[in-house]
Design a protein around this ligand. Structure first.
Ligand SMILES: [Zn+2]
Length: 251
């Protein structure tokens, strides 16, 4: 049995049989992968409590059957335990985990995506919650999956959009559309030039700047309205974490 090591974030866990757990991780080397942790519920020795969602761990594993890996050990790198102390952080963090779990392919490694996830869980854990975090995460995540929205030129006629002008955003065409084309983009919604510029900046900046970036109230309001819907449009279905977030925030 060939043992390997990689680092990963726990996305999801489910009970399996009497004493096992099935863990879904996003890892540095394998991308998204599911693994079985034999006896994890019975023996606390090998896994302690390291297999909770949000945990950033180093695993020792071997290839198992049916695409599953077999987890042999899990050492904690960073538990991100402060996320679970704040309900709003849990809601945002769960949204990040669900996006990664639902939208990435099995064993398709993407180191930048792994770094994005660890960076934003660190921000949630270490700093006060900012509405900018989910908005930047959505944009950067979509970009890494090949869904980068077109923002500086019309997604239909390719004409450069006049800078600072308001435009429309079309989910179906994957980005901004000009005034002339918006009549042909059914369902397109108005978006300000200010939001388009802020999106460009969020996509182009260094990830280390994510903690410093501030959006205006207009950008935050439009972003909250547009980006989660764009994510779900690309996924082709709704996300449970967003429904929970709406229910909690609307209460
Ligand atoms: Zn156009």
């Amino acid at each position: 049995m060939h043992l390997r090591k990689t680092d990963g974030v726990v996305l999801h866990r489910t009970d399996f049989k009497e004493s096992d757990l099935i863990i879904t991780l996003y890892t540095a080397d394998l991308g998204k992968v599911s693994g079985i942790a034999k006896g994890a519920k019975r023996s606390k020795r090998r896994f302690v409590n390291n297999l909770q969602p949000f945990s950033y761990i180093r695993i020792v594993y071997s290839e198992g059957r049916g695409g599953l890996i077999r987890l042999d050990e899990a050492d904690m790198i960073q538990p991100f335990f402060r996320i679970s102390e704040d309900i709003s952080k849990v809601l945002y963090g769960s949204y990040f985990l669900e996006m990664v779990k639902e939208m990435t392919g099995e064993k398709e490694s993407n180191l930048q995506l792994f770094e994005l996830l660890v960076t934003f869980l660190s921000l949630l854990n270490d700093s006060p919650l900012r509405e900018e975090y989910p908005r930047i995460f959505e944009l950067r995540f979509l970009d890494l999956l090949g869904y980068r929205p077109r923002l500086t030129e019309c997604s239909i006629c390719n004409q450069i959009l006049p800078p600072d002008n308001d435009a429309w955003f079309s989910y179906r065409h994957g980005g901004a559309v000009c005034k002339r084309c918006q009549v042909n983009a059914r369902g397109a919604i108005a978006i300000s030039g200010e939001t388009l510029r802020a999106m460009e900046r969020a996509l182009g900046m260094d990830l280390a700047e994510a903690e410093e970036i501030r959006f205006t109230p207009l950008v935050l309001a439009e972003g909250k309205d547009i980006f989660p819907r764009f994510v779900q449009y690309q996924l082709g279905k709704g996300l449970k974490s967003l429904r929970v977030m709406e229910a909690v925030q609307g209460a």
